[in-house]
Design a protein around this ligand. Structure first.
Ligand code: HPA
Length: 282
């Protein structure tokens, strides 16, 4: 991170209302922001425009609104920042630090992803078991972030230079999600490994074959930086991918962002019931 990152986090967190202390946050990916409507009674939610939060960048991608919803139960980010938009990694992970700073302990990272595993189909929801970061960089390159008073960010015992990622994608949260899926959708979900590329080009068919050979089940352009930040902070991560398309080369059909958004809208109802059920259980 750049020097001064800690100050930026504190400035952003200080601008948020204090009466909410949600323990769970949900980040909504491309085309998935619609699920925020109906998560709970509107009166229970405070809607905050990213633009009104100091230090928060503004999303530029189609399908991302850039709103933070806060309630006592959860924080929901409708919109996130991607590396391919040109945001520095510091900006991509800043919201995760801010959420931890206001008390969040478990973060649900949703995304749209291409299906690499040939057993998947568009419209599937897949729980992320682990990731492979193929972005060629890491948000923690540079000075190790700390609060302006020198104390470490995150849960006690966390915030060190070399940090463990073994259990970041938390097995217990995944088990809770499987129970929620069974109750609300009537089935268990596949669990897979997410390979993160920078985008914005979709992968080539050869890159998709490489990802499969490396053990990936999904490809996407987000989530890994935020999960790494959550690992640093000692937060639990539950990753949920919406398979919006089979990855390049699988069907031979060309890929398009419009298709990704349309498929995202198609799984919105299922994702909404799953997230709704999860907020009560996580
Ligand atoms: N690749 C990368 N990111 C994606 C894809 C894909 O096929 N689909 C949705 N997001």
């Amino acid at each position: 991170m750049k020097a001064g990152f800690g100050e930026r986090v504190i400035r952003a967190a200080a601008a948020l209302p204090r009466e909410f202390r949600p323990k769970t946050a949900v980040v909504l990916g491309s085309g998935l922001s619609g699920i925020v409507e109906g998560l709970g009674p509107a009166s229970d939610w405070r809607e905050i425009d990213f633009a009104s939060i100091p230090e928060f960048p503004r999303p530029t991608v189609q399908g991302h609104k850039g709103l933070l919803f806060l309630s006592r139960e959860a924080a929901v980010m409708a919109g996130r920042f991607h590396y391919y938009e040109g945001h520095p990694m510091d900006d991509i992970v800043l919201p995760v630090f801010v959420l931890r700073e206001i008390g969040v302990e478990t973060i649900v990272l949703t995304n749209a992803a291409g299906g690499v595993n040939l057993g998947y189909k568009p419209g599937d929801l897949v729980l992320i078991r682990d990731h492979i970061n193929l972005m060629g960089t890491n948000p923690f390159i540079g000075p190790n972030p700390a609060r302006p008073d020198g104390t470490a960010f995150g849960s006690p015992g966390h915030g060190s230079r070399f940090f463990d990622m073994t259990a970041t994608y938390d097995a217990k949260s995944r088990a809770i999600a499987q129970r929620a899926a069974k109750e609300t959708l009537g089935r268990e979900l596949n669990e897979g490994v997410y390979a993160a590329f920078t985008g914005p080009s979709f992968e080539t068919p050869a890159e998709v074959r490489m990802a499969r050979a490396l053990g990936a089940d999904l490809v996407g352009m987000s989530t890994a930086p935020e999960a790494i930040a959550a690992g640093f902070l000692g937060m639990r991560v539950l990753g949920i991918s919406c398979v919006t398309n089979m990855a390049a080369g699988v069907t031979g059909e060309p890929l398009s962002h419009a298709e990704v958004l349309a498929a995202g809208r198609g799984v919105e109802a299922e994702l909404k019931s799953l997230v709704r059920a999860l907020l009560d259980k996580l």
